[in-house]
Ligand binder design. Structure first.
Ligand SMILES: *Cc1c(COP(=O)(O)O)cnc(C)c1O
Length: 460
């Protein structure tokens, strides 16, 4: 590997004067650690430039994860980049902020006693779900469960639940979609529950279309089952997105610890918690919901700390940033941000419906997420063509098919997040119109070409 611009000994050129790009290595290392050092300015520029070809995160309407924070929050995160969340002894104030956030979430979600509800920050909702799932499994064992444990959930669950079932050896009972039912409902959940069910997972809301699952109805059905001498099955709410939306926009909706059957709730701090990745939270309704044997009390640097995470070391910066957001926004601020997202989503949904070719599955009035399919008459292009067309305009709008038993259904989904404004939505809409018109014209030209060729055949 040469360093073309590195001044040769005796050349007389001061290394600091070498023009940046002339100092690049002959090839960027990709398989082997380079032998020698590189000037930090040059290294920074080169890595920065490697990343230029990543997409623009603000135009990525596929992700639920935060892509914009105030500069103050970004500065705060940079200033605590060195803090390790697990060193609670060394960074007791970071640990204190974590505990404050847990109590605030327990309170927001109506835990009977928010000061004693156990909870933890995690790398994301996935880790939070693993922990909640483990607690459910251990509680089932404690109830005397001896068969093969199963967990009941909609076929629309996020992949982390497949992982949980696989890694922790629990049978995943995925309730298929059916007709226009795109998520779990009480009746179909109940059909899959038996004495070996460790828990039912209800999602607020579904990643496939942004809809809320009917948590209260699912709990009521399980209440009746238990009252009729059936198994007494706890519910975990996967509120990766919705647990930071519903408390502000749908305060009357019963989905949280107000329902006695809800044992635990997770959310992604880095989704509608409005923090950059990676941050998740899990909160248990009360100490009984978290089996004591899962909690580690380790003597660390001279003090005792309780942990129940999968990882040990983890950045403290996202926790500080979460506390910043809670302090900065409060309930009013969160309500304003989420309401604005919902307004952008619902208006965009209405405008997309007006375009003609699309039919709404959801219109952004639960999670600020909309899913659309093409009208049945439209067969000359697919949602995948529309997605590819939007990509040419810089937008990432994913197209995908639904899980069993609606794999026939292909949709486009738009996730509206903080920072996706009405004006960006207008720009998207304009580009969507352009893409659809172009796809229509392509049909015209194909038809004309077909007519030409059939004319050529018959004319011979
Ligand atoms: C995003 C998501 C997850 C996974 O969350 P991460 O924070 O990305 O680990 C789990 N469940 C649902 C419903 C989600 O939307």
């Amino acid at each position: 590997m040469t360093q073309s611009g590195t001044p040769r000994a005796g050349s007389g050129l001061d290394a600091a004067l070498v023009p940046t790009f002339t100092a690049e290595p002959g090839a960027m290392p990709s398989a082997r650690l380079p032998e020698h050092e590189l000037d930090p300015e040059v290294a920074h520029q080169l890595v920065h430039d490697e990343l230029m070809l990543d997409g623009n995160s603000r135009l990525n309407l596929a992700t639920f994860v935060t892509t914009w924070m105030e500069p103050h929050a970004a500065a705060l995160m940079a200033s605590c980049a060195d803090k390790n969340m697990i060193d609670k002894d060394e960074y007791p104030r970071t640990a204190e902020l974590e505990q404050r956030c847990v109590r605030m979430l327990a309170d927001l979600w109506h835990a009977p006693d928010p000061t004693t509800a156990p909870g933890a920050s995690t790398a994301g909702s996935s880790e939070a779900c693993m922990l909640a799932g483990l607690a459910l499994k251990r509680r089932w064992v404690a109830r005397g469960g001896t068969g093969r444990p199963n967990i009941v959930m909609g076929g629309n669950v996020q992949v982390c639940w497949d992982k949980f079932a696989n890694y922790f050896e629990v049978e995943p009972r995925l309730v298929p979609m059916s007709g226009d039912r795109f998520h779990l409902d009480a009746a179909s959940a109940l059909e899959h529950v038996d004495e070996n069910t460790i828990g039912v997972v209800a999602i607020l809301g579904s990643t496939f279309d942004g809809s809320y699952e009917p948590v209260a109805e699912i709990c009521a059905a399980l209440d009746r089952l238990a009252a009729d001498a059936g198994p007494d099955v706890p519910v975990h709410v996967d509120g990766a997105s919705g647990a930071m939306v519903a408390p502000f926009l749908d305060p009357e909706l019963g989905w949280d610890f107000r329902l006695p059957r809800v044992a635990s709730i997770n959310t992604s701090g880095h989704k509608y918690g409005l923090v950059y990745p990676g941050l998740g939270w899990v909160v248990f309704r009360d100490p009984d919901a978290l089996p004591e044997e899962l909690v580690y009390r380790v003597n660390y640097l001279g003090s005792e700390l309780a942990t129940f995470t999968l990882n040990f070391s983890r950045p403290g910066a996202p926790v500080a940033a979460q506390y910043y957001q809670f302090l900065r926004l409060g309930r009013d601020g969160y309500t304003r941000v989420q309401r604005h997202c919902r307004e952008v989503a619902t208006r965009l949904a209405d405008r997309i419906a007006d375009l003609g070719p699309f039919e709404l599955l959801t219109r952004g009035d639960e999670l600020p997420v909309l899913a659309v399919r093409l009208r049945p008459g439209i067969t000359h292009y697919s949602v995948f063509d529309v997605s590819a067309g939007l990509r040419e305009h810089g937008w990432q709008v994913p197209a995908y098919t639904f899980p069993a038993d609606r794999t026939d259904l292909a949709v486009l989904r738009v996730v509206v997040r903080n920072g996706f404004t009405h004006s960006l939505a207008e720009a998207l809409l304009a580009d969507l119109g352009t893409v659809v018109r172009r796809l229509d014209r392509q049909k015209e030209s194909i038809r004309t070409a077909e007519e030409d060729s059939s004319f050529a055949h018959t004319g011979r």
